[in-house]
Design a protein around this ligand. Sequence first.
Ligand code: ATP
Ligand code: LTN
Length: 337
Amino acid sequence: MTQNRKRVLSGIQPSGNLTIGNYLGAIKQWAENQHRFDAYYCVVDLHAITVEHDPAQLREKTREVAAIYLACGIDPTLSTIFVQSHVKAHSELAWLLTCQTPLGWLYRMTQFKDKSAKQEAMSVSTGLLSYPVLMAADILLYQAEVVPVGDDQRQHLEFTRDLAQRMNHLYGEDTFTIPEVMIPPAGARIMGLDNPTAKMSKSEAAQLHAVYILDEPDTIRKKIMKSVTDSGKEIQFSDDPSRAGVNNLLTIYQAFTSQSAEAIEAHFSTARGYGDLKKAVAEAVIESLQPIQQRYRELTEDVRNIDDLLAQGAEKARAIANRTLAIVQERMGFLSA
Ligand code: ATP
Ligand code: LTN
């Protein structure tokens, strides 16, 4: 059974509260497709230290993200859930790949440019620059064929493919599988509620920026009702930047309700204004998150259960990752230990 299914790998950083962007761009499609894939979903804790972090919070969020994967329907009997740092091969392969990565490839990454722009140039961590190399190691260790992510990760996937091709050219064409990106049809790029021209992100501190997966219904209502729109009243999908707020609300509604754009526009054609739209979006989000939140509460009553699952996941992941690492080490000229 496993042999016929395509290998898939993806991950989320435990760097804050997971947002509906993380859900719609990543976890939702992981859960929907898990029957047809041999899937590996990791909590990428090593990536979370590329910016300033608090050790106690990292510990807490790592378990929380794993519990959210489960609560969103990732079934551990179908998919393997694990913590990146539990599989040491990720760090080891990242070093081997680092030595084959031209600096120019890293300097042009938009995520690096955006995140480093928020800090003093010379104090930006080297880890933030080499972030995509660690991500490439995550993917290539498992010989993943497909990587389901949100739209913002396209460039990192291109980087991974280029690096895999370079390694294959140097060390043998069968060294790494070249992965394909998989982007969901709706919800691949959810924008900030307070600023609909910037991507919704879990590490953005502003109170009204993001809806979190674990937010209470009242908080969700408040955030969506206060979201930034424009002075018009037409409720239609649009790529006009001045109408980005309404477009974002419609996109959220579409991703949660799985209706067509035409049906949604027809539905809202009789609405009295943006207030009606906001109310409907808030209720759709609340209703969709309710079963996830309920399941999250049940799961976290027993954290030992989650830790056991993560230990089993790491063991399964290690077997595959170590095999790839050994091949690469041998081909690069390292003596076997
Ligand atoms: P951070 O703010 O800590 O950098 P983030 O919220 O951007 O984090 P990541 O951990 O970098 O989240 O991303 C995890 C997954 O969620 C990736 O597949 C990413 O594409 C997806 N994702 C993140 N934000 C969004 C968004 N606003 N819309 C759609 N998908 C998203
Ligand atoms: N860079 C990703 C998180 C990530 C990832 C991965 C995604 C780390 N390793 C491997 C897919 C596959 C991000 O979303 N910022």
